[in-house]
Design a protein around this ligand. Structure first.
Ligand code: IPE
Ligand code: IPE
Ligand code: MG
Length: 255
């Protein structure tokens, strides 16, 4: 049984709903803002990094579940361009996590036919982190199962600035005509150029904001917020998010 965390309609947790998931209507791309690790630790009188460590174990479970549900892409927000503002000790710990996660999980990811990708500015992060991530990307690049896309040192506004610069350079060089620029050409300059837009955004921990995450790509995503802190997030919560998604009517501006 799940606890009822909130009475707010937009952030409810329903322990009574056992509607089966419709395999024909699983979101193609789910993006998750994994939030609340610090508060989870604080509640237990532990250092914030204990929350991040526990959060990593949840990543393991949810990745496996997402792959088995048949998602095309799962994007996980692991570190934002704003997270550098945190104490150095915490940042250092966060930078060790991809390394640790992949060391223990890479064999399973390979077995599950998962393809690891990463979006973000890698040249600002420690070499050991980049090496671990690039190894995983390289060793899973032939897999054609779920794409596990880590947003690492990612910020949407920065992504857009870089996209505009590259587009401008291509216009300048005569490769692109200004009058030919459309929505698809903008998408092609983003870090998600080979990925479908997310259908469902999940954010844990009760915060109801996007925090500079995939602002362009989430234009028509369904949003689902829960008060559950990321280290407490379970497969049941994930199923609940998908159930809610399956009950929504997506209209894209139509009727
Ligand atoms: C999310 O948990 C993890 C990262 C941002 C890396 P937080 O560390 O933001 O946890 P809270 O929001 O302080 O509880
Ligand atoms: C967003 O969470 C970033 C990640 C989950 C990696 P934050 O905790 O950094 O966001 P704010 O500060 O609450 O907006
Ligand atoms: Mg937070």
């Amino acid at each position: 049984m799940l606890k009822r965390f909130s009475t707010r309609k937009d952030k409810y947790t329903d322990d009574t709903d056992v509607t089966p998931i419709d395999p024909e209507n699983v979101p193609n791309h789910v993006a998750i803002i994994m939030d609340g690790n610090g508060r989870w630790a604080k509640q237990r009188g532990l250092p914030r990094i204990a929350g991040h460590r526990e959060g990593m174990n949840v990543v393991r479970k949810i990745v496996r579940q997402a792959s088995r549900l048949g998602l095309h892409t799962l994007t996980l927000y692991a570190f934002s361009t704003e997270n550098w503002k945190r104490p150095k000790m915490e940042v250092d710990f966060l930078m060790k996590l991809p390394d640790r996660f992949l060391q223990s999980e890479l064999p399973t990811l390979k077995e599950e036919n998962v393809r690891v990708q990463v979006m973000g500015t890698l040249n600002e992060i420690p070499k050991h982190t980049v090496d671990a991530v690039q190894k995983a990307v390289e060793e899973t690049k032939e897999n054609d199962g779920m794409i596990l896309n880590f947003a690492l040192n990612y910020g949407s506004r920065f992504e857009m600035v870089e996209a505009i610069k590259s587009l401008y350079e291509d216009v300048d060089a005569g490769n692109v005509k200004v009058e030919d620029i459309d929505e698809n050409s903008i998408s092609d300059y983003l870090m998600t150029k080979d990925l479908p837009d997310p259908d469902l955004l999940v954010r844990t921990s009760g915060e109801v904001r996007l925090s500079n995450f995939m602002l362009w790509q989430l234009a028509y995503a369904e949003l689902w917020f829960t008060d559950v802190l990321w280290p407490d997030f379970t497969e049941e919560h994930f199923l609940e998010a998908i159930r809610v998604y399956q009950r929504r009517t997506r209209r894209y501006g139509g009727v």
